[in-house]
Structures are given as structure tokens and as C-alpha cells.
Write a protein that binds this ligand. Structure first.
Ligand code: 5GP
Ligand code: ZN
Length: 141
């Protein structure tokens, strides 16, 4: 018996999974489809997308999160061999404030090349030991 798909009508990634929107697939299995990003940060930028709709990592089942990370490792190795990149970013955004624009969980696989520019950067804060300790307590107590 075929399992029921979890899908959302107005979701662009659900439409890609259903084959209603074309994509360039580099890997596919029962759980995931991996496609090239239409607006790539670098050559080979790809997205690991679960075939079922989950909004973000908060909603993704734990087993699927583990499988997605295993797949990221496998593809990172293959893509590094094939594309001859010099490093790799694996990125995953949750919520608008965190930069998420498509609200169907996905992981970015971004091959990095010497000379590709500092495309992913944050400004380092200077919280000091007291503030770090307050944060540690907030999280752990
Ligand atoms: P987010 O900002 O949500 O982490 O990433 C969404 C990503 O999806 C962006 O990098 C964007 O370029 C990509 N994207 C959005 N629409 C499409 C599409 O229709 N096809 C493909 N292949 N990628 C898409
Ligand atoms: Zn979806």
C-alpha cells in the first residue's frame, strides 16, 4: 500500500516534488529529492528537500533530520569530487527572521571555491563572560 503524501497546495517545493514545476534533480530516494537551486550562491548550490511537507526543523521528525544530515554528508563528498570545490557550507534556515523564504524544510548544500567571495558572513558580537554566563543559565536551567 502506498503511503499518503503530506503536501500543501500553495507550497512551491511541494509542487516541485509533485513534478508540477520542473527542477534539476541530482539525487532522489524514498524520502528526499535534491535539486539545484534556481538562484545559486555558487556553482552547484543544491537543496535537500523532504518529499513530505514539513515547515521547518521544529516540525521535521527526528529520524528524518538525522537522515537529511547523513545525506548532506554523502552528497557533500560526491559534489566536492565532481565539482572540485575547496570547501562546503551546509545551511538550514528556520523562520523569516532567520532568512527562510520557502516554508518547506530544506537544507542548502553550498560548494565553496577559493575566490568566490565572502557570501555568507555575520558580524561577531562581543558579549563578555558575564553575558555569556547569563545566556548559558537561561538555556540550561
Ligand atoms: P531559504 O531562503 O528558504 O533558506 O531558501 C530558499 C531557496 O529556494 C533559495 O535559495 C531560492 O533560490 C530557492 N528557490 C526558490 N524557489 C525555487 C524554485 O522554484 N526552484 C528551485 N530550484 N529553487 C528555488
Ligand atoms: Zn511543501
Amino acid at each position: 500500500m502506498k503511503k499518503e503524501m503530506i503536501s500543501q497546495d500553495n507550497c512551491i517545493f511541494c509542487k516541485i516534488i509533485a513534478g508540477k514545476i520542473p527542477s534539476h534533480t541530482i539525487y532522489e530516494d524514498e524520502q528526499f529529492k535534491v535539486i539545484l537551486d534556481v538562484g545559486p550562491a555558487t556553482r552547484g548550490h543544491a537543496l535537500i528537500i523532504p518529499k513530505n511537507h514539513f515547515t521547518n526543523l521544529y516540525e521535521l521528525p527526528e529520524k528524518m533530520a538525522a537522515d537529511a544530515m547523513k545525506l548532506a554528508k554523502k552528497l557533500m563528498i560526491k559534489m566536492t569530487e565532481k565539482l572540485h570545490c575547496d570547501g562546503f557550507n551546509v545551511i538550514q534556515n528556520n523562520g523569516e527572521v532567520a532568512g527562510q523564504t520557502v516554508f518547506h524544510f530544506h537544507m542548502h548544500l553550498i560548494p565553496r571555491y577559493k575566490e568566490d567571495g565572502e557570501i555568507l558572513k555575520y558580524i561577531a558580537g562581543e558579549p563578555g563572560a558575564e553575558e555569556l554566563e547569563r545566556i548559558r543559565k537561561t538555556i540550561t536551567e
